[in-house]
Design a protein around this ligand. Structure first.
Ligand code: ZN
Length: 474
């Protein structure tokens, strides 16, 4: 980055450039919101598995820290991104961005976690032997209110709503209790395969489910810590047996199991944070959080446009536009595709956390991290991933869920004197999105849609996991 970048004024993408980009993104999203196979993130790996390199430890730490920065139950509001700045002689800095900004309470909770990690860094293995203290701290980020964080409550509610449209409070333990009762009696009646029965500790684990012990309303941090441990065993120790006990094959996964796996990520996150503190204490010894202030969202609509879809289609495919419009209406199952596009483009554009990080380092190039990695609470979206690929900072996130969001706000940028405007990352991305939209209009309208991907780091189904991004063919 040129040293002069900081002096230039931050320039927003607006006008015709913004309109064209949002219309193309919305059109792609309507045709198929999933742009490829999801890739795998570090928190989908077994927390007790081997991590070899120091760099990998740091990356897993950043994904973990981003996960605990994510404190609301709404994915869109809570997505977080974190970079590690290590510029001696000052202590390390965790540069944190959050889609809607962190509250003072969030920051206080995160500071407490860092305090514990600093102690781990000073005392070595003490907390590895006593991880429940850290777990307890994480489970009650809002410690003064003696309540778990809202995100935890949301997950627990999701879990308990299983198979029931009635009040989740009333049925808060029904799903899991029924499962436990059934699983236990199957086990005792010898209705499971001998290899399931032979798994050491299975019966004890089933009987120790924290759901049978307390009500959702009165859960203490200690119970929450027990649940995280129990969930982690469900994910990593007994997942095969669990499938067998539920009578499911490898492709089926009930929704509550997904909630359980989301909770299991917390143990993976805690383990990797403690591990970095113990193995590389110099990183954590004097570490601090610095927050990036999230910009306000911007409203976008096509209400003043006469026929924005036809205009876009004509511009992309010229003489074939009549036929393409017909195919598009058939593909979308509507007689008024214009109205559908208009609805899809009534948006509050949000600058995603990953993009806030990019804008920050463009303005502060001397702070840019040596390890070009962004830890994320969720897999990066398609547009963030593609923008990062075209940006000179070369920052990377660990995985991409490949979904395209039309509400993605193009990052503002610092114009560099002497650099041709057409070479900015946004212009390159916009051109590729335009080409992709044209290609999709010509070839994809009659093809079947892809299955839905997960945004979270809880992982796809038990068996299916892609390892490479398809991207835009860079
Ligand atoms: Zn994104």
């Amino acid at each position: 980055m040129a040293a002069t970048a900081k002096k230039a004024e931050l320039t927003q993408i607006g006008g015709a450039d913004l309109k064209r980009f949002v219309v193309h993104s919305a059109l792609l999203s309507l045709i198929d919101p999933v742009r490829g196979e999801p890739t795998r993130t570090s928190l989908e790996e077994n927390p007790d598995g081997d991590i070899s390199g120091g760099q990998q430890l740091k990356q897993k730490f950043l994904d973990s820290f981003a996960l605990i920065c994510s404190t609301s139950s709404s994915g869109a509001e809570t997505a977080s991104a974190v970079c590690l700045e290590q510029h001696a002689p000052a202590g390390a800095i965790l540069r944190v961005a959050h889609n809607r900004g962190l509250t003072p309470k969030d920051l206080t909770g995160l500071e407490k976690v860092l305090q514990i990690l600093r102690v781990v860094a000073r005392k070595g293995t003490y907390f590895i032997r006593n991880p429940s203290r850290l777990l307890t701290q994480l489970a009650m980020q809002k410690s003064r209110r003696r309540k778990p964080s809202p995100r935890f409550s949301a997950w627990l509610s999701n879990w308990t709503e299983v198979g029931s449209c009635q009040s989740p409070r009333r049925f808060e333990k029904r799903g899991i209790r029924n499962f436990l009762r059934e699983a236990h009696s199957r086990l005792l009646a010898g209705q499971v395969k001998p290899e399931t029965w032979a798994k050491p500790g299975l019966k004890l684990w089933l009987e120790s489910c924290p759901f049978t012990a307390a009500s959702l309303q009165t859960w203490s941090p200690a119970t929450m810590a027990m649940l995280i441990d129990w969930a982690s065993q469900a994910r990593w120790l007994y997942s095969e047996q669990l499938q067998g006990l539920l009578g499911l094959d490898n492709t089926q996964k009930p929704p509550w199991l997904d909630s359980l796996y989301k909770i299991a990520r917390y143990r993976a996150a805690i383990k990797s944070m403690v591990k970095l503190a113990a193995k590389q204490p110099e990183v954590l010894a004097d570490i601090h959080i610095r927050e990036i202030k999230a910009p306000n969202s911007r409203q976008f609509s096509l209400s003043n446009e006469r026929a924005p879809l036809l205009a876009a289609v004509k511009n992309l495919v010229r003489e074939d536009s009549g036929m393409i419009m017909e195919q598009l209406e058939k593909h979308l199952g509507t007689e008024d595709a214009e109205a559908q596009l208009r609805r899809a483009c009534r948006l509050n554009l949000t600058l995603h956390a990953e993009m806030q990080i990019v804008v920050f380092y463009e303005g502060n190039p001397s702070s840019a991290p040596r390890m070009p990695f962004i830890g994320t609470s969720k897999k990066a979206c398609f547009l963030c991933h593609e923008y990062l690929l075209r940006h000179p900072l070369r920052l990377q996130a660990s995985a991409c869920h490949q979904k395209i969001y039309p509400s993605w706000m193009p990052p503002p940028y610092y114009p560099i004197p002497g650099r041709f405007k057409k070479s900015t990352p946004f212009v390159k991305l916009s051109k590729n999105i335009e080409q992709l939209t044209k290609r999709e209009l010509l070839t994809a309208l009659t093809a079947p849609r892809r299955p839905r991907n997960q945004d979270s780091t809880a992982g796809p189904s038990l068996t299916i996991t892609a390892t490479a991004s398809t991207g835009l063919g860079l």
